[in-house]
Design a protein around this ligand. Structure first.
Ligand code: B12
Ligand code: SF4
Length: 479
């Protein structure tokens, strides 16, 4: 059985977005290797399915170019990955695929589909939706389809059964992540994924060492998609890094994509010691972490093992807003983490959000003041957007979903919000005001950090002139 795993094109591939020059510019995203599809493909290959990964996004394919590739491979099953930002082209890909071959089986998975199965099955051409981690569920589904076996035994899916929607629940997170093969990077032109921005602008490969998160921030769906936190063994992580470096010599650094790389400190310590022992600390790496509980000793070891940048979700300086989003973090912990990280010689990036519940002009000013005083290596600002499966989504009116997710904004797109994703609009604000506020803050921080970041910007400009100029123009001249 032939299975095609698809990352659909960006929304600028379809009308009316395609005709909107301004919109086309604003929806560019940083494109990484689709680790989720890579893992699923590897498991399907282990089970003798003929698999192909088609990433229409990285290739900037139009819908027609994508369909040409699909017709060329002629799959019986198409698995489509869904993020809220690509849901429009995901459902359009399903529609076109069915028009090409009405018998092709369409399976949606990923963070959006996991939390919006009914809509996709009832209105948008899905035959199946897979919940959460797809590797073994998709394998079981493909086996059942191949053998024409009853679907009742396939746990973790929803599907159409005549006029009904059937849901087969199951607690299906993968208990031992080391039981998974490495993601099937070999099914893609992997070098295409290496030219993206990392801490030192070098060619980075993405590696995932853990899944899940024990926290439950109101704007984030990681916990509800991946359930319980699980880490891979240090040995297995380092073996994968060695394998990637051996197979793809262009790789110069590693980006750990975990939600919280440092959650299990003993495991991080072991990874670091192994990297040092094997001389792999000559490659730099970056990761995401939480501020609470950082310690100088571990940060020192991480630095020695090659860590160049840690990104922290600070979100807000207002205790009330932090409480509303369930961040479980206070400002003393943030100050401490940034200080210790910088002292260890590691860049500390801080991410802030504007527009969470309880936000006011006063709390925005409080966050800006705090960020200036905190002096992280850089501060990035985002408008709060609402994703399915989050606590914010439960607070957001259903009308907003219809308005933005399935009929997105095209009139006044912005660098700071995705046109297909609703923003959370606290009392006293609207979407436009939040974009303008974040745009002004980003400009302020760009100028404030220009002296310290001048060399980095220059390097970026030389290595990626078109992107850098486009970004600067959008950031400095427009909202
Ligand atoms: C790394 C990462 C990024 C990276 C790169 C992502 C990439 N590869 O292009 C960067 C930094 C660029 C990024 C950017 C953004 N990201 Co991001 N990112 C992540 C992160 C931390 C890890 C992604 C990952 O590799 N996961 C590991 C793999 C194994 O999981 P997976 O891809 O989800 O796939 C598994 C399942 O979902 C499922 N599955 C997925 N697809 C399919 C398809 C089929 C057919 C099946 C059966 C199953 C299936 O099975 C897979 C294997 O278990 C996740 C959070 C998370 N923990 O996953 C957020 C996350 C995906 N990002 C998110 C967001 C919002 C964004 C941004 C929009 C943020 C912003 N405001 O700019 C941008 C836009 C990204 C884009 N490409 O459009 C949200 C998406 C929510 C949503 N409903 O869309 C997430 C879930 C975090 C959150 N806040 O909740 N991101
Ligand atoms: S934002 Fe980070 S800490 Fe909060 S729930 Fe999501 S992954 Fe966990």
């Amino acid at each position: 059985m032939k299975i095609l795993l698809l990352v659909p094109p960006e929304i600028s591939a379809i009308e009316p977005y395609r005709s909107s020059k301004k919109l086309r510019d604003c929806v560019k995203v940083i494109k990484g290797f689709p680790l989720g599809l890579g893992y699923i493909a590897a498991v399907l290959q282990q089970n003798d399915f003929e698999v192909s990964i088609l990433n229409a996004q990285i290739n900037d394919f139009s819908m027609e170019q994508m369909m040409e590739r699909i017709r060329g491979f002629s799959p019986q099953v198409i698995g489509i990955t869904t993020y809220t930002a690509n849901i429009k082209t995901a459902v359009e890909s399903a529609r076109l695929s069915k028009a090409w071959n009405k018998d092709v089986v369409i399976v949606f998975g990923g963070p959006h589909a996991t939390h919006d199965h009914r809509n996709l099955l009832e209105n948008y051409g899905a035959d199946f939706v897979v919940f959460g981690e797809g590797e073994f569920i998709f394998r079981d589904l493909a086996m059942a389809l191949l053998k024409r076996a009853p679907l009742d035994n396939v746990k973790g899916i929803a599907y159409r059964d005549g006029a009904d929607i059937k849901v087969n629940p199951g607690d299906l997170y993968i208990k031992d992540l080391d039981s998974l093969p490495y993601p099937a990077r070999h099914l893609t032109d992997f070098n295409k994924y290496l030219g993206h921005f990392t801490h030192d602008l070098s060619c980075a490969a993405q590696v995932m060492t853990s899944r899940g998160c024990p926290y439950s921030c109101a704007f984030c769906s990681s916990g509800s998609t991946f359930s319980k936190w699980r880490g891979r063994r240090a040995q297995s992580v380092v073996e994968e890094i060695e394998f990637v470096l051996g197979r793809y010599p262009a790789v110069r650094s590693i980006s750990f994509m975990d939600d919280n790389f440092t959650l299990d400190k003993a495991r991080v310590e072991e990874i670091c010691r192994l990297l040092i022992k094997k001389g792999l600390n000559r490659y730099h790496w970056d990761c995401l972490s939480r501020c609470a509980g950082q310690d100088a000793k571990l940060l020192g070891l991480m630095k020695e093992a090659g860590c160049a940048r840690i990104q922290y979700g600070v979100e807000s300086a207002s205790p009330a807003v932090l409480e509303n989003i369930n961040k479980a973090q206070d400002l003393a912990q943030v100050r401490n983490a940034v200080k210790l990280t910088k002292n260890a010689g590691i860049e500390a990036y801080a991410f802030f959000m504007v527009g969470n519940p309880g936000e006011t002009e006063g709390t925005i000013r409080e966050s800006v003041r705090f960020a200036l005083e905190l002096k992280p290596t850089y501060a990035n600002w985002f408008v709060t957007q609402v994703y399915p499966g989050t606590k914010l989504a439960a607070l957001q009116g259903q009308d907003d979903w219809v308005k933005y997710v399935y009929a997105p904004e095209i009139e006044n797109p912005s660098l700071y919000t995705h046109p297909c994703v609703p923003v959370f609009t606290p009392d006293g604000f609207d979407r436009e005001m939040l974009k303008v506020r974040v745009s002004a803050i980003m400009k302020k921080f760009f100028w404030a950090y220009l002296p310290s970041n001048f060399l980095k910007w220059l390097k970026k400009l030389i290595r990626h002139p078109l992107y850098s100029l486009w970004y600067l123009k959008r950031m400095l001249l427009e909202n």
